[in-house]
Ligand binder design. Sequence first.
Ligand SMILES: *Cc1c(COP(=O)(O)O)cnc(C)c1O
Length: 385
Amino acid sequence: MSTDAPRSWSKRSLAAQAMGHVDLQTRAVVAPIHVSTTYIRDPDNQYSSGFVYGRPDNATVREAEAVLAMLEEAQAGALLFSSGMAAATAVFQALDPGDHVVAPTVMYWALRRWLSEEATRWGLEVDFVATDDLDALRAAMRPGRTKLVWIETPSNPLWTVTDIAAVAEIAHAAGARLAVDSTCASPVVTRPLALGADVVMHAATKVLNGHSDVIAGVLAGAAPDAFWTRIQRIRSGQGAILGPFEAYLLLRGLRTLHVRIAAQMAGAADLARRFEAHPSVHAVLYPGLPGHPGHALAARQMQGGFGTMLSIRVAGGAAAAVAAAAAVGLWKRATSLGGVESLIEHRASIEGPGTPCPDDLLRLSVGIEDPDDLYADLDRALSAR
Ligand SMILES: *Cc1c(COP(=O)(O)O)cnc(C)c1O
C-alpha cells in the first residue's frame, strides 16, 4: 500500500478515497479483503510484515481504522471491535475491581443494563447521574476512586446534550478519564477528543457504516498510554476484533459518510420543524430546535448539524404511539439507527421497566429518502387512528 495524500486534504476528501491508498501490485483503488488468519515467518524467525495472527490484527481492519483515526484525529489511533457493545465494554474492562464509574441516566439502554447487571459483578461500582447537570456530576465524583466518566451525547432516546469540555474538566480534576459514546453525533459533527475526552466510542453499526448490514464498534484514543494499551490487549485477548469482510463493508460505507450524514441531518431538521406543528404530536425532541433544553450547547458543540435522530411524543399516549408506528409504510418499524433507510421505534416497549423513556415516545432515525415522503407517510399514520 502507498499513500500520496497530502495532510492538507479535508477529512471528506480523505474519507471518500479511504485515505487514498492504492494497492502497489495491481494499482487497484479499492483495498483487497485480507482473509488470512496466519502469516509466514521470515527465515530469521521474525515477522517483518508486522502481522502474526488474525485475532490481534488484520490489514483490512487497519484500513478502516486509519479512516476512523483520521476522522477523530486520534493520536493513539482507532481500534475496531465486533460490535459497539464489544467496544464499549472493553473500556470498562480496562478498569480494576473496586473502581468507581459514573454514567448517564439517559443512555444507550443495552449498555446501561450491562453496567448495572454485569460490570458490577466484576467489582465495578457504577452510579447513574444526569450528566447534563454539571452540579449533579460534580457531586457524584469520588476523587481518587472514580476512574471513568462515561457520557453519551446526544443521548438515546431523549437527545440530551452533555457538555463534553466541561465534563472532561470535572473528570480530570478528580483523577478520572472521560469516555464519550459519540454514535449519534458522528465524527463529522463532534470531535470529543479535541474537547478533552480520552476515549471516543461509536457503534459503527450505525451512521458510520450507514447501510444496516454490519455490526461493528470502534474506539479512538487521545493518547497511546497504559490505559489504551490495556484496551488493545483486551480486544486481542478476548478475540473481539472486527472480521475482515465487515471491515471492508465499513470502509465502503465510510467513503460516503459526509454526503449521507448531510442529507440525513437536513431531513431530520426539516421533519423536526414540521412535526412540531403537528396536532397529533405534543413534543418533538431534537437538539436543533431552539426550544430543546440542550440547544445552545449543541449549537456550540456540534458543527454543521444536530444529528440524524429525533423523537416525537404522540398526543393520546402509549396506545396512540404504538398505533402510529403500526400504520407507517415508508418508515420501517425496526430498532437501530443511522442507516440510509428511515426507522421508527416505540422505545419504551424495547427498554422495559425502569426506562427514563416516556411511553408515548417514538424514536425516528432519518435516512436519505425524500423528506416530503417521510413527512407524508408519518402524518398519515398519526392521523389514521
Ligand atoms: C447501537 C448503539 C450501541 C451499541 O452498538 P452495537 O453495534 O449494537 O453493539 C451503543 N451506543 C449507541 C448510542 C448505539 O446507538
